[in-house]
Ligand binder design. Structure first.
Ligand code: PLP
Length: 837
């Protein structure tokens, strides 16, 4: 053994000493035998790996106990199907949820290392694009914390979302080999795998009973092999898991070549079939229609359903009561092929009658819609679909045929509306609309914020809503306060806990108790001190990541999210340029010092989004070097936005930019993260901003711009951006600077496409909202000068952020959609300590 003892054994209770004693022994064991280190060669990275293995042991113990309990009690199981899980880092979160943070910190200390440094070695698991994948991760945390038997199913991509670097101001994508050094907390289930078929053909035959039976004979088979990430709840002994499938070539697939002696071909094909789980599609809200993507979707769904049915049969004689024991939530349409797959299994394998199979399928599935943008709605060419999944196509045709009969029988739809609700989109190239399949095959369909849920029944699902009004419902998104407050903002966490206790960790509405301290000057001072500390930390991060020096007392103004035209990072830049111009015109005027920070990735094929990143970089270069500006304005682009970076930016933010065109952002969740960390919001009445306004009142949030009905009206009337440009001299000058290469002195013309897209189209109404945005920013700048006023508003925002916990969201899914009770908390011995770190 490397370690004889350490000082921490004298600091803890008898009961804890026993725990720690074994923790320390295990840790030393892993350091020596798993990592293979001797006393003299230990580095930070070794400590990280040994710690990972130690925590893994702990997690596995509790996961086994949890599984035993589920087996004995046989509760309904919830399966969250998602092609994306944006988990970020796991270790610190696990330490906090397990209540081991303090003891592990002391243990690492005892070894002469710093826990913060050690944890920096963990790579983010970036197996998602943005909000949709992060929502799935927050849901897992809340399900475990609420003791719901809730499990994630997804794909274990070898490469997650690309790493972004900025070269000469432009985004460059690098592969994200996140598991290169191993994933210490992961549990590889070598014994759990399922085979997944593709291609081939279908056959029918008449059975002995005279019934017509269908078969699918796949032409290719791939194995899905299970990799589990344990998911510990906070202050409970429940540990659920996220099961991710990795593609492995199957024996039967290669045997033929081996038999014919073509060894090289066999090995080649092996790696081709393993391509299925090679890489996450880096598209956010645009749909590409590539065959590999459909393969990924079916691969995930087919393996997961086999797994679920196998598990059910271990303790139940038949599938008769599957609907009472299983619920599956579809995170967007990406896994919606599961509806056809479950039908196939019930019809072709289990020999069920159609009506019975359909009743069970629709009882099990429910679907969450994440967007109203038409370019994001998935559809597959029938020709492509037919080759890959011929039997599923037959089943989809039959589902559609029966559904259209029903739809016509209601007499509520015109023939035009009937063709709208059909799963098949007719035309030169027939297509399968996955959203239609998802709506028809689910018993519940939800949007992700009140506005969004209202909008989908008036737009994309209007005709469905006429025939299925009771299917549609709202489930406003949330965030887990464990990661997005307790883990990421220890200073604010202990300040809050000192005043109102620690109950907010699992009942975020308790933050309301902070309201009574708003008039307490000592509390406001402490609040200001904590925020300032977080701003200094952020300033250091910006310095080390970009070399830019910012004023940590300036108004820290942040827009971090995927780059997309609808999110309107460009509106923010236009206003930055306007502010810059004002300073240049009148160099001595007073302006509130401001640091405008951007972060986010653009889809590699999204030309305009990438050009906007380039514009921001160039504006930053010019503004930050201009001697007239001095310290009054700084512009920063922080590269490689990801979960672990968000955790460091958000606590140090004063102003959160949530400025999408009204009616385009389904919910947003970064808006909630900022609110919970005491930033004020400047935003449109879009997504969950509407509900944030409801919670805090208009004096505590900076709402501006066109509302959703006004956006529709303006577009219907025929929007002409030039009308707005002509009325605003300043905006004209800003646009002139962009056109005349003020920000591209050595790259003439590069920003012409941005100029043209605004002047000739302006699809997202930037010009229409510019004036209102600018005026609201002036109010923000003025309010910030009154720090006391600002801090009161910030405290009030945190006090009113309780609604935006995913604990609330998950309770609503459990009650309205999944129909599962929430069991009382099973408190473990060790709990998280809220004392100052
Ligand atoms: C929360 C989060 C998002 C979602 O941000 P929105 O502003 O709601 O689009 C995207 N990416 C990461 C890394 C996040 O943590």
């Amino acid at each position: 053994m490397i370690v004889e003892n350490s000082r921490l054994l004298t600091l803890l209770s008898e009961e804890q000493k026993a725990d720690i004693g074994s923790l320390e022994k295990q840790f030393a064991h892993h350091l020596e035998y798993t990592i293979g280190k001797s006393k003299y060669t230990i580095k930070n990275e070794d400590i990280y790996k040994a710690l990972g293995h130690t925590i893994r042991d702990f997690l596995i113990d509790r996961m086994n106990v949890t599984n035993e309990r589920y087996r004995a009690e046989d509760p309904k199981q919830i399966y969250y199907f998602s092609l994306e899980f944006l988990m970020g880092r796991t270790l610190l979160n696990a330490l906090i949820n397990l209540g081991l943070y303090e003891v592990v910190k002391q243990m690492i200390d005892g070894f002469g290392f710093q826990i913060e440094e050690v944890l920096e070695f963990e790579m983010d698991a970036g197996l998602g694009n943005g909000g949709l994948g992060r929502l799935a991760a927050c849901f897992l945390d809340s399900m475990a914390t609420l003791n719901i038997p809730g499990f994630g199913y997804g794909i274990r991509y070898d490469y997650g979302i690309f790493n972004q670097i900025i070269a000469n101001g432009s985004q460059v994508e690098l592969p994200d080999h996140w598991d290169a050094d191993g994933v210490p907390y992961e549990v590889i289930r070598g014994d759990i795998s399922h085979s997944v078929g593709f291609y081939g053909y279908t056959e029918t035959k008449i059975s002995g009973k005279g019934k017509l039976e269908h078969y699918w004979i796949p032409g290719e088979t791939v194995l899905a092999s299970a990799h589990d990430c344990p998911i510990p709840g906070f202050n409970t002994s429940t540990v659920n898991y996220l099961r991710l499938w990795a593609a492995k070539s199957s024996e039967e697939f290669n045997l033929d070549y081996f038999n014919h002696g073509d060894y090289m071909k066999a090995v080649q094909d092996k790696s081709i079939s393993e391509n299925i789980s090679k890489v996450l599609y880096p598209n956010d809200t645009t749909e590409q229609g590539k065959i590999l993507r459909l393969k990924q979707q079916y691969f995930m769904v087919c393996a997961s359903l086999q797994d679920i049915l196998l598990h059910h049969r271990q303790t139940h004689a038949s599938l008769e009561y599957l609907g009472e024991k299983v619920a599956i939530q579809l995170n967007d349409t990406h896994p919606s092929i599961g509806i056809a797959e479950l039908m196939r299994v019930l019809l072709d394998v289990e020999d069920w009658e159609w009506d019975k199979a359909w009743a069970l399928t629709t009882k099990i599935f429910s679907y969450t819609n994440h967007t109203v943008l038409p370019e994001a709605l998935e559809s597959w060419k029938v020709s492509l679909f037919e080759k890959l999944l011929p039997r599923h196509l037959e089943i989809i045709y039959e589902i559609n045929h029966r559904f259209l009969n029903f739809a016509r029988s209601t007499k509520k739809l015109s023939e035009a509306e009937i063709s709208e609700v059909s799963i098949i989109q007719e035309g030169d190239e027939k297509r399968i609309r996955m959203a239609n399949l998802a709506v028809i095959g689910s018993h519940k369909v939800n949007g992700v914020a009140a506005l969004h849920s209202d909008l989908i029944i008036k737009t994309i699902f209007k005709s469905f809503h006429k025939i299925y009004p009771e299917k549609f419902n709202n489930k406003t998104n949330g965030i887990t306060p464990r990661r997005w407050l307790i883990q990421s903002n220890p200073g604010l966490t202990s300040l809050i806990a000192k005043r109102i206790g620690s109950g907010f960790a699992t009942d975020l509405y308790k933050l309301r108790d902070l309201e009574k301290f708003i008039d307490d000057a000592d509390f406001r001072n402490d609040w200001a001190r904590v925020k300032q500390q977080n701003k200094e930390i952020l300033a250091k991060l910006i310095k080390s990541e970009t070399g830019i020096t910012i004023d940590p007392h300036s108004l820290i103004d942040v827009q971090i999210k995927r780059f997309h035209e609808y999110k309107r990072q460009l509106l923010n830049v236009l206003r930055v340029i306007a502010l810059f111009r004002r300073i240049k015109e009148n160099p001595d005027r007073h302006v509130t010092p401001r640091t405008v920070i951007f972060g986010g990735k653009a889809a590699p094929g999204y030309y305009m989004a990438k050009l906007i990143i380039k514009l921001i970089s160039n504006v930053a270069n010019i503004v930050n070097r201009d001697p007239d500006v001095r310290d009054r304005l700084k512009v920063v682009f922080l590269p490689n936005y990801r979960v672990s970076l968000a955790e460091r930016i958000i606590p140090g933010t004063n102003l959160s930019e949530q400025i999408s065109t009204a009616g385009t952002e389904a919910s947003g969740t970064s808006n909630m993260k900022f609110m919970l960390n005491g930033a004020l919001t400047i935003g449109t009445l879009d997504g969950a901003n509407v509900e944030m306004l409801e919670e805090v009142g208009e004096e505590n949030i900076y709402i501006f711009g066109l509302k959703t009905p006004e956006v529709f009206e303006l577009k219907n009337r025929g929007y002409n951006p030039n009308e707005y440009l002509e009325k605003n001299e300043e905006l004209k000058r800003v646009m002139y600077m962009i056109r005349e290469n003020y920000f591209s002195p050595n790259e003439h013309g590069i920003f012409t496409p941005i100029y043209d897209s605004l002047v000739f189209n302006d699809n997202y109404l930037l010009f229409a909202d510019f004036d209102a945005y600018d005026q609201m920013q002036n109010i923000v700048a003025n309010d910030y000068l009154n720090q006391d006023l600002w801090n009161r508003k910030a405290i009030y925002n945190v006090a009113r952020s309780g609604k935006f916990s995913t604990d609330r969201t998950i309770r609503e899914y459990a009650e309205d959609i999944w129909k599962v009770p929430i069991l009382p908390t099973l408190a473990p011995k060790t709990q998280y300590s809220f004392d100052e770190k």
